[in-house]
Design a protein around this ligand. Structure first.
Ligand code: SF4
Length: 247
């Protein structure tokens, strides 16, 4: 597939300032770079994928789930009143889909949280197959990590093994998978190798209690360094294996 450069595409819905958007309103408008206006063939191709009965049912159930997360939906003028946590949604959606066996790929650093999640899901009748990221106990050296690049220099550290997590869940034939706190990058590998549909319960953020949005919400105040500080060139980042404390 030909890869189109971003500058040629010019698509940036995140910066779209149109008030009555064509993607939200039947008679809405869009800027010249609007993908709803420009990307007809791709949109048609994507839409066809929903004709697969399994995909269609999954998409339908996800949208029904979405709607069910608000109350007073028949009261005008509409005011959004959300009612459900993601935990409740996960249970409801899995029940809605008739899933029995849930896979969980979790970070070893969140074993406590994984055990609570597992217990709650089991209480609601699901069978849970949970695999820690450290599965296999393989030393980090196996993937070329140097001693000075470890979290605790000089110690044995087993590598995160998202490919094994994915393969074990594939082998177990899970109906649906849940990612819990996998590291940035390890989560990407898990998603690349897992067969079944997967949802994210939480992403790893070591500083914000696994709530990366906190950095965005405070990016005009306590996290203004995100816009002001340089993080270094790719070369500098590659050479940066030892923490400041160690220097
Ligand atoms: S699809 Fe078009 S109208 Fe909708 S947000 Fe993107 S650019 Fe704006």
């Amino acid at each position: 597939m030909e890869v189109i450069k971003m500058e040629d595409l010019g698509c940036n819905c995140a910066k779209c300032l149109v008030a009555e958007k064509i993607c939200r309103l039947e008679k809405g408008k869009g800027p010249s770079s609007c993908p709803t206006k420009k990307e007809g063939p791709t949109l048609a191709e994507a839409l066809e994928r929903y004709d697969d009965p399994e995909i269609k049912e999954f998409a339908r159930a996800a949208s029904v789930q979405e709607g069910s997360c608000y109350t007073c939906r028949d009261v005008k003028p509409f005011v959004m009143i959300p009612t459900k946590s993601r935990m409740e949604e996960l249970i409801e959606f899995s029940q809605r889909m008739g899933y029995k066996r849930l896979g969980m790929a979790f970070c070893g650093g969140l074993t406590h949280e994984a055990s609570i999640l597992s217990e709650i899901l089991e209480k609601h009748g699901f069978e849970v197959i949970a695999v820690s990221c450290k599965v296999g106990g393989i030393p980090k050296e196996r993937i070329g990590v140097k001693d000075e690049e470890k979290i605790q220099i000089g110690e044995f550290e087993s590598m995160c093994n998202p490919i094994a997590q994915a393969k074990i869940l594939n082998q177990a034939g899970t109906d649906f998978n849940i990612m819990l706190g996998l590291c940035l990058g390890h989560d990407s590998l898990f998603l690349k190798f897992v067969d079944g549909l997967t949802t994210v319960f939480a992403v790893k953020d070591r500083v914000t209690g696994h709530n990366p949005m906190a950095a965005l919400y405070t990016s005009r105040s306590y996290y203004q360094r995100l816009m002001k500080m340089e993080f270094g060139s790719p070369e500098e980042m590659k050479g940066q294996s030892v923490s400041k404390r160690e220097e």
